[in-house]
Design a protein around this ligand. Structure first.
Ligand SMILES: Nc1ncnc2c1ncn2[C@@H]1O[C@H](COP(=O)(O)OP(=O)(O)OP(=O)(O)O)[C@@H](O)[C@H]1O
Length: 406
């Protein structure tokens, strides 16, 4: 039930009249309108969110966003404000973190299409954990080419197309839900993308056995990953030539009869490869040119490492999922803000999802046994895999691999 456009006192009376003590408690958990207005004005002032006008004798005049309304709902407080004409709305978007600092982690911002009106929603409850549900996920992803189902935010289920936003980083300390997220993301890709070529490198040797017989290859050490990287480099070269022949810029623009499959390389615990220079170079190359060629990366790590995520690779990992991280420094390396360190240890599967700003999202829970069941129809038999191995051409190029930690 929604209580909209009424004062708090009236809302409380309404709830009381309904005879529901629980409902009244929920209403009173909302923030009084004056408090919201005062906090917003404070935030505009101290966060420098205003439009400067040169007034009489060069005096600086400030025009602040105008608060249009504050509405109390049972599960959230909503405030709409309009930025002054001429003010760049990006200034508000870039400072979304300020709203969370002021109103808590439950604050979310959306901008209307006219680029003037913003709606801030402050939720009093977080999204409850939920199970991976194929049907509901398929509904959410619709016709995305390479769908990444993220999870559920307070505004609904979230998914995006990896073709548009390539290369994903998943970070989180041990027990935070990172492996479950990798499992769920890959399970969705396998189920829904026809002809997907998946390569898995399991540097921790813990999780990717699930994808054996489904992925093209599952390797568990640097030597195996090095051979995959070489293979993908050759494949990217061939795909580049193909684009050139057809005079197009992206594999999606190729005619269907000559269009190669999407390739996804998933590497678990990529930080362990820090000393493997040639592998890291290969990964960086994929991150730089892979998008147009239909080759994508999913990298996961427990502790975001500034040496591994140096400027170039980090910038190319356009989408980030940060589960709980041990401290602000790690969180900043992963998502350029300290918010992942504020996720509680008990909040399993909760992440800060970064794509055009940050959002709190709850990932779906998918346990290993269930994932095995869902993926059973996609698994090749041992005999088929042996035939494939026999048909594989011998590697022409052998390069030195520095086997450091592994
Ligand atoms: N989305 C989720 N919803 C509810 N519970 C979850 C979710 N994700 C993970 N969990 C719980 O948290 C536990 C740890 O999750 P997971 O194995 O993914 O951690 P991890 O971050 O990968 O740790 P490690 O790096 O040590 O493997 C799971 O066994 C599960 O019980």
């Amino acid at each position: 039930m929604i209580v909209s456009g009424v004062t708090l006192a009236a809302a409380a009376k309404l709830a009381g009249a309904g005879g529901s003590g629980g409902a009244a408690w929920l209403v009173w958990r909302g923030m009084p309108e004056q408090v919201v207005r005062r906090k917003l004005m404070h935030l505009f002032r101290f966060g420098n969110l205003f439009y400067k006008i040169n007034g009489y004798k060069g005096r600086e005049l400030r025009e602040y966003p105008r608060i249009k309304r504050v509405t109390q709902y049972f599960d959230r407080t909503e405030a709409a404000f309009v930025v002054p004409l001429g003010m760049d709305p990006e200034l508000i978007n870039k400072n979304e973190w300020l709203f969370r600092q002021m109103f808590g982690p439950g604050a979310e911002l959306t901008c209307s299409e006219d680029a003037k009106t913003f709606v801030m929603q402050v939720y009093s409850t977080s999204v409850a954990p939920f199970e991976y549900d194929c049907e509901q996920i398929d509904q959410c992803i619709g016709k995305l080419h390479l769908p990444i189902y993220v999870g559920r935010s307070r505004s609904g289920d979230m998914a995006y197309d990896m073709v548009e936003h390539p290369h994903l980083l998943i970070a989180g300390e041990t027990g935070s839900g990172k492996s479950v997220a990798v499992r769920s993301v890959l399970t969705t890709l396998i189920r829904t993308v026809k002809g997907l070529e998946l390569y898995c490198a399991d540097m921790k040797r813990s999780e990717f056995h699930l994808f054996r017989g489904i992925a093209q290859e599952v390797v568990i050490d640097a030597v195996g990953l090095h051979s995959i990287v070489l293979k993908l480099r050759r494949e990217m070269k061939q795909r580049g030539d193909l684009l050139d022949r057809h005079e197009v810029a992206h594999v999606n623009d190729l005619p269907e009869w000559d269009r190669p499959s999407y390739i996804v390389l998933a590497v678990d615990e990529v930080a362990l490869l820090k000393k493997e220079k040639s592998i890291m170079e290969g990964i960086e190359e994929i991150s730089t040119i892979g998008r147009a060629l239909g080759v994508f990366l999913i990298l996961s790590m427990q502790r975001p490492d500034a040496d591994v995520l140096d400027g170039k690779l980090k910038n190319n990992l356009t989408v980030r999922m940060a589960f709980r991280l041990p401290d602000e420094i790690n969180s900043r390396i992963a998502i350029d803000s300290g918010e992942a360190a504020a996720i509680k240890q008990s909040e399993k599967g909760r992440m800060v999802f970064k794509l055009d700003g940050c959002k709190y999202v709850q990932g779906p829970r998918l346990d290993l046994k269930e994932a095995y069941e869902i993926l059973a129809p996609y698994r090749r038999t041992e005999a088929v895999m042996q035939q494939e191995q026999a048909a594989e051409p011998p590697q022409q190029e052998v390069e030195y691999v520095e086997v450091g930690l592994l």
